[in-house]
Each structure stands twice: as structure tokens, then as C-alpha cells.
Design a protein around this ligand. Structure first.
Ligand code: ADP
Length: 488
């Protein structure tokens, strides 16, 4: 193990950012019983390090110190809170190369994508640092001798459970608005990618985030989750992950009536109409499908292409996929890294085999799996009863479905319990608008595959979740309203 650790540290400008301890109450700690969880590099399954398997009692320590730190933090001036977030933002930018490298090592995505994620992660810290100074309630119009003022107050101690697919951005998208609003936050990162969250905590500490205000507790998901959820001090949970776990956490939150933000699974449709700019559509499809090896919740899961342009779009995509280099994310030539684990690989395999058995065909390279690395797969003529038409694949497989009419495709697009994102490609503004309105989802990309930015609300409806992150909606999730009634 030692050899491996030295190797990771040697890759960083600042080896101290590779933290193998949990950050609780402003201290870097081991598990109370010294147990650890090993973390691997998904590319070659080598062990890159370990993190403490913290115990329930350590979750309580984090909650208690969060409570006392939060009271002082909420009393500070908004400009002082904003300054701390600005310092954190600067440090993230200064250390972007190390943060990206840590991410690629534990998550697998290509280094250039990891670097983009660090920029995206930093943008939340910057945006909410600025937003901290603009929070306000409102005063209602006088009503007879009644006057009403609405104040905004910090929710208090909050918790976040974050996923492995965006190990940094999903941390800052929650922590930055929480801190800006005057809340404390305890983060339980995915056990598969804890080092990105711990590196961000190390930088937050350097930036002057007070001890206890932001803790990162690593360990068994169920044990840490239970500790956070059963506490009445923790007033809110923000979760990004699978719909199944989201529903479980929602049920577990009922007893203490926690506020919830849930960013859950998706099954995004992408629709290309005959009148689309096909090159723009193809670029949008590739970006939205193959980013992060297809492991994003807003990934295109189903691409519907209108009959007249179906063959042309199929050929253009196949051409773009030719010669794409897959492999170790640390290699600058690599465009698609490995999937996160063997289960993810099995799911891709089963979706492809199922589609082929129902009459779909592969255009271009056959399904080629090398460990956890998979060549992108383009499936044409996929029937609507294929598994891939209803289940989220979370891998580099693009199924193309053929459709005839606008009405038909809207029905197909909405035939899912999920409602996170949808995409439409058309040069007809009226059609693009109509289809966007008809989509049952929280976000629509119109002639673009990119729909995430710090200033815009992100989130879904139906089984894809509750609440929004990003934009001013994102900070409201960490604020309570208090209504004051005055009688003159
Ligand atoms: P995925 O299937 O994409 O791995 P999960 O929903 O399983 O997504 O994981 C997202 C986050 O939820 C991770 O941090 C994981 O550790 C956490 N998690 C999984 N199961 C539980 C649980 N029972 N209680 C609390 N957190 C959990």
C-alpha cells in the first residue's frame, strides 16, 4: 500500500491534498476503531489509498460541532461569509490540476473532463459566495392596519450525500449554497470517490471555513446515513444519487420531518427533427451521451430521430465515433475513461445484448469490453420494448429510435417515470418551444447538449427528484421563511 500512496502523492504539486483521514469538527481523524475503506482506481483496479470507516458516534461529533459552528456563522455579516467563500474559490482554482488528477485517479474520467468539472465545481463556490450578499426577504403591501414582513433565516445544520459520478461538483453545488445561506453542512461522499471531497475540505479549511461548519464523514453509507437522518439537529438533507436510495432516504427523513432536495435518476430523451441542423444535433448527442462515459444523470438515454434524417444522423454519429480513444483517463489522448465498477459494465452489456436480441443492430465497432473500459456503442433500429428504452443505462451506449410525427415522439419521450432532462434539435422555433413545453421534465436543452451552469436551476420532476440546485432557487433550499405580522 505504501508504495501506491507514494505514487499518488508524487503526482501532485501539493501532496497534502491527498487526504486519507475524515474531516470532522475541524480535525483530521481516523475511524474510532481504526477501520478503513480501500479506494481503487477504476481503470486498473489498483488501490490508490484508504479512508476511515467512521462510526455513528463520529457522525454525532460532526453534528454537535456543526450546530455550534452554525450559530456563530449565521451571525456573521454576509460579506464576511462571502469573503470566506471567495477565498475557497481562489484556492480551488489555484489547485485545479491536483484536484483534477485526484478525481481521475479515483473516478476514471479523462483528465480534461476532470479539469472541466473542477471549473464547474468552483463556479458554484464563486456564484453562491456572491449570492450570499444578495439574500433578502420581502415586505407585503399594507392591508388595513396589518403589516407583514417575510424574513429569510438559515435552515441550520444540513447534510449532503453525494455520488461518485461528479465527485467535486456535487459537493460544491450543495456546500456552497448551504454556507452562503448561513448553514452548516456535513457531507458523506460516495465511498468510491471520497478523495475529491476531502481535498475540497482541506482547501475550505485553508480558506478559513470555521472548524465544524463543514465536515466530511467517510464510511459505510447506511451507518453514516442513519446517523445523519435520525438526528433532529440535522434539518435538511440534500442527496444526489439513484432513485431507489433517494426514496429510501426520503422515507427515513419522515420521522424528523427533514427538508429534502433530491437529484435522482433520469432517462433523458433527445429528439432530432427533420428540420434540425444535423451537425449541431450530432455534436449535441455526442456531448450529452458520452461525457463521463455516459455516467451522468442528464445523459441522453434515448435518441429519437425523425425518419427522413435517420440514416444521415446515424452515419454522421458513426463517423464521429470512429477512432475515439478509450482507456486510462490520465492519458491525454483518451476521450472516454473506464466505467466506475464491474456492475456498471454488466448493465451496459445486458442492455446491448437485450437490444440486439430484439432486432437492433450495431453500427460501427462491436461491443468491445476491456476490463471496465468500453468502446462507445451505437445501436440503430432499436425497438421500443428494449430494456434500454425504459431503463437508465449509465454507460457509453447510444440507442437510436426512429419516429414519424411530433405527437408520436412527445408521447414516447414522456413514457417514463423519470423527468430530469430532455433535448430537442430543430430550427423551427415554434416546434422547439412546443416540444419543450410538452416534455415532462425539469430541464430542456434546445439545440444543445449542455444544460448545467451555476446560475441556472438544475433538477427534475416525477421520480427524478425534488427541489432545485443552482441559481437563486438553489440557495432558497437552505433558507426558511419567517413571517412577521404587525398590528398598527
Ligand atoms: P449509484 O447507484 O449511482 O452508486 P447510489 O444512490 O447508490 O448511486 O449512491 C449515491 C450516494 O448514496 C453515495 O454516496 C452512496 O454511498 C449513498 N448511499 C447508498 N446507499 C445508502 C444508504 N442506504 N444510506 C445512505 N446513503 C447511501
Amino acid at each position: 500500500m505504501k508504495l501506491v500512496l507514494e505514487c499518488v502523492s508524487q503526482m501532485l504539486n501539493d501532496p497534502k491534498l491527498f487526504c486519507q483521514k475524515a474531516y470532522i469538527s475541524g480535525e483530521w481523524v481516523d475511524a474510532s476503531d481504526d477501520q478503513v475503506i480501500l479506494v481503487n482506481n477504476p481503470f486498473d483496479e489498483s488501490i490508490i489509498g484508504s479512508v476511515p470507516a467512521c462510526k455513528a458516534i463520529q457522525v454525532n461529533d460532526a453534528i454537535e460541532s456543526a450546530q455550534s459552528a452554525q450559530q456563530d456563522w449565521a451571525r456573521m455579516s454576509s460579506i464576511a461569509r462571502s469573503d470566506v467563500l471567495a477565498a475557497w474559490y481562489e484556492l480551488i482554482c489555484q489547485n485545479q490540476d491536483d484536484l483534477a488528477r485526484i478525481m481521475t485517479l479515483e473516478q476514471g474520467k479523462p483528465l480534461h473532463e476532470a479539469l472541466s468539472e473542477i471549473h464547474y465545481a468552483a463556479s458554484f463556490v464563486r456564484w453562491y459566495g456572491e449570492e450570499a450578499r444578495r439574500l433578502s426577504g420581502h415586505v407585503m403591501q399594507p392591508d388595513g392596519d396589518h403589516r407583514v414582513v417575510v424574513l429569510k433565516e438559515a435552515v441550520g445544520v444540513t447534510a449532503a450525500i453525494t455520488p461518485w459520478n461528479f465527485p467535486s461538483a456535487m459537493v460544491t453545488r450543495k456546500v456552497a449554497p448551504a454556507l452562503a445561506a448561513g448553514c452548516a453542512m456535513i457531507v458523506k461522499p460516495s465511498e468510491l470517490t471520497p478523495f475529491s471531497a476531502l481535498a475540497l475540505a482541506a482547501l475550505a479549511e485553508r480558506a478559513g471555513v470555521p472548524p465544524g461548519l463543514f465536515s466530511v464523514v467517510t464510511g459505510d453509507a447506511r451507518e453514516i446515513g442513519e446517523g445523519l437522518l435520525k438526528s433532529s439537529i440535522v434539518r435538511k438533507l440534500s442527496f444526489t444519487g439513484s432513485t431507489a436510495i433517494g426514496k429510501y432516504l426520503m422515507a427515513q427523513s419522515a420521522d424528523t420531518v427533514k427538508r429534502l432536495t433530491l437529484e435522482l435518476g433520469g432517462n433523458a430523451p433527445l429528439v432530432v427533427f427533420n428540420d434540425a441542423d444535423l451537425d449541431v444535433a450530432v455534436d449535441g448527442i455526442i456531448a450529452s451521451k458520452f461525457r463521463n462515459a455516459g455516467q451522468t444523470c442528464v445523459c441522453t438515454n434515448r435518441a429519437y430521430v425523425q425518419s427522413e434524417v435517420y440514416d444521415e444522423v446515424c452515419l454522421k454519429i458513426a463517423k464521429k465515433l470512429e477512432g475515439i480513444i478509450v482507456g486510462n483517463g490520465l492519458d491525454p489522448a483518451v476521450a472516454i475513461g473506464p466505467l466506475i465498477n464491474d456492475m456498471a459494465v454488466s448493465k451496459v452489456k445486458s442492455h446491448v445484448e437485450d437490444a440486439l436480441s430484439r432486432g437492433a443492430r450495431i453500427v460501427g465497432d462491436e461491443l468491445t469490453i476491456n476490463g471496465r473500459v468500453i468502446l462507445p456503442v451505437l445501436l440503430a433500429d432499436v425497438p421500443s420494448d428494449a430494456l434500454i428504452a425504459t431503463e437508465e443505462t449509465f454507460g457509453p451506449v447510444l440507442p437510436l429510435f426512429r419516429f414519424e410525427t411530433e405527437q408520436e415522439v412527445i408521447q414516447l419521450a414522456n413514457a417514463t417515470p423519470f423527468g430530469l432532462a430532455g433535448y430537442v434539435f430543430s430550427r423551427d422555433v415554434s416546434r422547439a418551444w412546443r416540444v419543450s413545453e410538452a416534455f415532462e421534465c425539469g430541464m430542456v436543452g434546445i439545440n444543445t447538449g449542455a444544460i448545467s451552469m451555476a446560475s441556472a436551476p438544475f433538477g427534475g420532476i416525477k421520480h427524478s427528484g425534488l427541489g432545485r440546485e443552482g441559481g437563486s432557487a438553489g440557495i432558497e433550499e437552505y433558507l426558511e421563511m419567517k413571517t412577521l405580522h404587525f398590528h398598527l
